[in-house]
Design a protein around this ligand. Structure first.
Ligand code: NAP
Length: 464
């Protein structure tokens, strides 16, 4: 059996799970895998999307690391697809490619004023607090009152990472510049807005409950949001997750900080120096700007249940003053040079992971997709595994229809990157960086302290 050569672009959970499943299916075919990653370190959103105070989820890295450490996957980090290596290069050297590039941008939001100074996408803030090398080191945290749009887990991550006191992050791997930035934050109030009700949220019970455990942060919920219609009552009664979420929210209604008068913080009765307000039935309509074009307030329309789990507007407009706004209404995939792309949904068009041409819907031989770039930015990390299984099943069945590479030799890739002056990082380099970061954390008994600048990551990885 000739050895087949496969390239995977993206070393996040999607790419690593796909590699693992392919290698475990080796009895069905003989394959060698090269994993390309644009960042100098692997693990994608587990390293650069999961919040630093979520070590349990970060723990997924251990399983991903075990896959890479088997020794039969080559990692080429700090290699940008479309610049350092192209689709034509991959066709020249491999039999097929799987794109596992995820979704790392914010979905656009079309409301007046969303371009105000102080209006941010959640993905950018997450990248900052997770020490992504390609975002600025400084983040403006001079706002006292801040809005967060959306009722998913990213909205809760953002709200928590705004409300939490910086000192309480010191036990985590939070980068030094992020700790310093958060320490200077002027924040007192974080307002989270959901366009539907408590029974229709997308976030999960564990993440919600965690908000109530934040030190010196009062949770504020509003009685008028809990007037459930039949559909909401059904959801609470029939769905365990919704039931728990409802129970947590109801317990906050009984806290002294929960105020019946919306926005009447002085009457809230809580004692904390920071408050986290959850507003439901609030559809964002406009961001009001001050004379300097900065965020001054969010205007929202009060909505009500439509009887089927959705919401309809009531026509009543309300305004909450604030100086910064974060939209956490979903991530969006980015197009890749030479690869079909569905601009509306931000994914690579595909049928169960087999990539389709944009207009004809015909299969494009040799090209596959997995993870968020395949199915959109929904689902927890574990879902990525079943997703990869589906893609790999097709890969195994499609073997006959793949590319015939001109030069499939393993030596050709390092030679090509070297010739182009690419400073790539490999698995041994990642181990070096990993140990370096763990060493930086050791004196303070922290799991690690992340290295943030890209050139420093590359230098440490390459032992330069
Ligand atoms: P998400 O779960 O899809 O939530 C998006 C939220 O934005 C929804 O509440 C949605 O409301 C709202 N929204 C969308 N468009 C809107 C608009 N135009 N105006 C107002 N609200 C709007 O997305 P996500 O929070 O980005 O999370 C992505 C995935 O990552 C999820 O599967 C999530 O569970 C996962 N994740 C998990 C964790 C964790 O486990 N700790 C952390 C982060 C992310 P509607 O429901 O009304 O559409």
């Amino acid at each position: 059996m000739t050895k087949l050569r496969l390239a995977i672009v993206g070393a996040g959970p999607a790419g690593i799970y796909a590699a693992d499943i392919l290698l475990k299916a080796e009895r069905k075919f003989d394959v060698s895998i090269d994993l390309f990653e644009q960042l100098p370190a692997p693990y994608g959103l587990v390293r650069y999307g999961v919040a630093p105070d979520h070590p349990r989820i970060k723990g997924i890295i251990t399983a991903l690391r075990d896959v890479l450490d088997r020794g039969d996957i080559r990692l080429f980090g700090n290699v940008r697809f479309g610049e350092d290596i192209t689709l034509d290069d991959l066709k020249h050297h491999y039999n097929a490619v799987i794109f596992a590039t995820g979704a790392i941008r914010d979905t656009a939001m079309e409301i007046p004023g969303i371009d105000a100074v102080g209006s941010y996408g959640a993905a950018d803030y997450v990248s900052w607090f997770d020490g992504h090398p390609d975002v600025p080191r400084e983040w403006p945290l001079d706002a006292a009152s801040v809005g967060v749009l959306g009722n998913g887990n990213v909205a809760l991550d953002v709200a928590r990472m705004l409300a939490k006191h910086a000192e309480d992050l010191l036990v985590t791997e939070v980068p030094e510049n992020v700790y310093e930035g958060l320490k200077s934050s002027a924040i007192t109030d974080v307002h989270v807005f959901g366009r539907r009700g408590p029974a229709q949220v997308k976030f999960t019970p564990l993440e919600l409950r965690e908000l109530g455990e934040l030190r010196d942060v009062d949770m504020v919920v509003y009685d008028e949001d809990f007037d459930y219609d039949e559909a909401s009552k059904d959801a609470v009664a029939s769905n365990k997750q919704v039931m728990v979420i409802d129970r947590v929210l109801q317990s906050w209604r009984k806290r002294p900080s929960a105020n019946g008068a919306r926005g009447d913080v002085d009457n809230a009765g809580g004692t904390a120096s920071r408050r986290l307000h959850l507003h439901f039935w609030a559809r964002p309509v406009e961001v009001r700007k001050d004379e300097e074009g900065r965020v001054a307030a969010l205007v929202y329309e009060r909505t009500q249940p439509d009887g089927q789990g959705g919401a309809v507007g009531t026509g009543e407009l309300r305004e909450v003053p604030m100086q910064a706004l974060y939209r956490a209404i979903g991530y969006f995939g980015s197009p890749l040079p030479g690869v079909p792309f569905d601009k509306k949904h931000g994914v690579i068009p595909n049928r169960e992971g087999q990539v389709l041409a944009k207009d004809s819907n015909q299969r494009v031989p040799g090209i596959y997709a997995t993870g968020w770039i395949k199915r959109g930015p929904v689902g927890l990390i574990g879902h990525t595994k079943s997703d990869a299984m589906e893609t790999v099943r097709h890969i195994i069945n499609d073997q006959g229809s793949w590319w015939q590479p001109v030069d499939p030799s393993e030596a050709s890739i390092p030679a090509l990157l070297h010739e182009r002056g690419v400073k790539w990082t490999d698995l041994a380099g990642w181990h070096r960086l990993d140990e370096h970061e763990i060493g930086l954390g050791a004196p303070q008994e922290r799991a690690r302290v992340k290295v943030v600048p890209r050139d420093e990551m590359v230098r440490v990885s390459r032992g330069e």
